[in-house]
Design a protein around this ligand. Sequence first.
Ligand code: CMP
Length: 139
Amino acid sequence: MVERTLTLIKPECVAEKHIGDVISRIEKAGFRIKAIKMLQLSRREAEKFYEVHRERPFYGELTEYMSSGPIVAMVLEKENCIADFRNFIGATNPKEAAEGTIRKEFGKDIQMNCVHASDSPENAVREIYFYFSDREIMD
Ligand code: CMP
């Protein structure tokens, strides 16, 4: 089934000028970019986006970090997009990510791990519409 997912290129990856490298790999792997924008989250927006993690010990650090600089948000589309994209980026902790994945190559630690990716169809819809309107998503 053709699915969509939401990905974010995180602040450290943008700051280190890896936007082009990451997007190039994503496209070459067969994911179609359906929407794209650069923005900086406010602390309050980051708290809202990551509210499922509110009770986690790392919630404060995570939301401070994700609002610390510009990010790039994208909607990607492909068959089995959600699971395939999570495999493509590698494990959450870059130290455990497989060779050849973007988290292995560009991630620094579990927080500065290059990209975010939706983890389920329900979250993908919520996350896509957190950043984009229908008009900004190509058919
Ligand atoms: P992401 O895919 O953006 O979704 C939630 C984020 O929480 C995750 O990537 C990690 O960057 C972060 N995260 C998960 N576990 C930890 C942890 N133990 N310490 C710090 N950050 C974490």
